[in-house]
Design a protein around this ligand. Sequence first.
Ligand code: UDP
Length: 388
Amino acid sequence: MENMIKDIDILVIGCGFSGAAAARRLAENGLKVLVIEKREHIAGNMFDYTDKNGVLAHRYGPHIFHTNDKSVFEFLSRFSDFVPYEHRVLGRIDGQYVPIPFNFKSMDILFGREKTQRLKTALKEAFGNRERVTVTELLSGSGEVKAAGKFIFEKVFLHYTAKQWGMPPEKVDKSVLSRVPVVLGYDDRYFSDTFQFMPAGGFTRLFEKMLDHENITVKLQCDAQRFVKTDAAHGTVEFNGVPFTKPIIWTAPPDDLFGCVYGKLPYRSLDLVLERHHETTYQPAAVVNYPNEEDFTRITEFKYLTGQKIDGATTIMKEYPMPYLPEAEKGNIPYYPIIGEENSALFNRYAELASGIKNLHLCGRLAQYRYCNMDGAVAGALALADNI
Ligand code: UDP
């Protein structure tokens, strides 16, 4: 270890999008970077691999790239070809498959054309030419708009959100629910961003190329918690028992950096169950959401994400939300920060400790406790790298 850190200019902890994108940018800016990663592979939760069915599967849940940020798309396009992919999701509601985000087609299916026609008029009166509204906005409307809001909330959001977050929806931050709008039109795409593409050879291959730079060294199966020790009182950090004064980018949960002195920062985890099936197609869309009856929230059929043509074999993944339990056999991965006032206040206390250590930088979804998408993680990492 001593030898590895002797000649480096900067240490990056974690090899997901935040760590890898920062490493690449720093390397191109002429710095020698060491990335250390706890897992036995690169690419963080974007890690994908070809399974026994020949299907490119995402080990840590489906990752679908979309962005309005041209610079992020251009940066990533240097490391992979990208193929156009517009994500479409169906919800299993009252025994029917309906498009999610809930839109006019979902209304046609569940309300019938006549009622939908009346509702369209009411929605137009309430929201003018807006194409997307939140379910909360519908609920605060009146008459038919409010009634539709109640129905959509009950059938699409209420139970899904309770399962996903393990708490009643009124306790879940509004920004979380508004990630999925209600669409006042027939656009049935899950995302409305300008750039909607998937990396042609998968995410792991993209990461391989991104990290393939003479100034980058990656060390896998190396748990930073064993090596990095902070001293918040003196604003210093040690690596393997020796003072370390070069910059460190930390992309893991920030409480771990400080021995959880203020208590554990809560995250939400998932039990992800893969199934291989001997049929060409399992379900009618890439993702089917199960808001209500089932214990899982959604099923992803990976072939749709890549357009792979494989006869008689397909691979699916069911997502069972659960609490984050670092030491347990299941649920030991912190997938989602749980956005809310109390947790933000706790995070801020850790962020304040971190800011007292001048060479330490928190970066990314886990470290900055932000519910951001892949593009947001990359944008944040590039900005930080350019600032260092
Ligand atoms: N959501 C819901 N019903 C759905 C889809 C989403 O209630 O059919 C809510 C739920 O609270 C979820 C949030 O919207 O956590 C964000 O959904 P998104 O699909 O963006 O979640 P992610 O892909 O990040 O897990």
